[in-house]
Design a protein around this ligand. Structure first.
Ligand SMILES: C[S@@+](CC[C@H](N)C(=O)[O-])C[C@H]1O[C@@H](n2cnc3c(N)ncnc32)[C@H](O)[C@@H]1O
Length: 207
């Protein structure tokens, strides 16, 4: 369980999961780079939106790097599709909430997971790690099992699913339009850890 900020958790994860200090890190959904404030880590920031001024303007389904380039890839995709506007906060821009998903894609983002994890696998070095921040949510009158769909996609791409950290926030996000709750209010998300390897542990642990 983690009750602090993402950037502090990520720094702990970067010290713990890679076998050695990572030389090349790709943040594949960097947005404004909040994960890296004050960090001296060697991070390349990628995003599909030019307004965030990423180092690399590209989509996660076509990452413009050669195979075996990165030690760590980080992925924090938009969590909730087709969200209405919340004028009190800039959630739309900060979290990519304006992104749409149609009936063809079940009003969720799960279809984006397989192409991304294939690309992440390709650009990671052997024993490299993928960290994914992901939330389940209610949408279209259904519980959307995003974290399970991401685990399934990553394992199908060849990753070993290694760990799961539950990140807790102070309170649930409650929209005034949601008059009646049909599901438990959520105040957590997951940080999932995958390794491009046939095993969970760091190479140095048992070798
Ligand atoms: C939840 S935000 C990331 C926030 C970031 N981790 C931070 O803390 O500042 C998701 C980001 O993913 C980007 N994005 C959405 N679809 C993408 C794609 N297919 N490829 C790359 N980036 C994408 C959005 O533009 C948005 O900036």
């Amino acid at each position: 369980m983690w009750e602090g900020a993402d950037d502090k958790l990520l720094e702990r994860m970067l010290q713990f999961y890679p076998g050695q200090p990572p030389e090349r890190i790709l943040d594949a959904t960097v947005n404004r780079g909040r994960f890296w404030r004050g960090s001296t880590r060697p991070v390349l920031g990628m995003d599909i939106e030019s307004r965030h001024r990423p180092d690399v303007l590209a989509t996660g389904s076509n990452i413009p790097f050669k195979p075996d380039t990165f030690d760590v890839v980080i992925y924090d995709p938009p969590h909730i599709p087709n969200q209405g506007m919340d004028r009190r906060k800039d959630f739309q821009v900060r979290f990519g909430l304006g992104t749409k998903s149609s009936a063809d894609t079940n009003y969720n983002f799960s279809h984006t997971f397989p192409p991304f994890v294939c690309e992440a696998y390709r650009v990671l070095k052997q024993e490299g790690v993928l960290f994914c921040k992901i939330s389940d949510y209610i949408h279209n009158h259904r519980f959307q099992w995003a974290h399970i769909e991401f685990v399934q996609a990553a394992m199908s791409a060849g990753f070993f699913a290694c760990d799961c950290i539950i990140k807790v926030r102070k309170g649930p996000i409650i929209d005034s339009r949601w008059k009646t709750a049909h599901h438990a209010r959520k105040r957590h998300c997951y940080w999932l850890v995958f390794r491009k390897s046939g095993r969970c542990e760091r190479p140095s642990a048992n070798s």
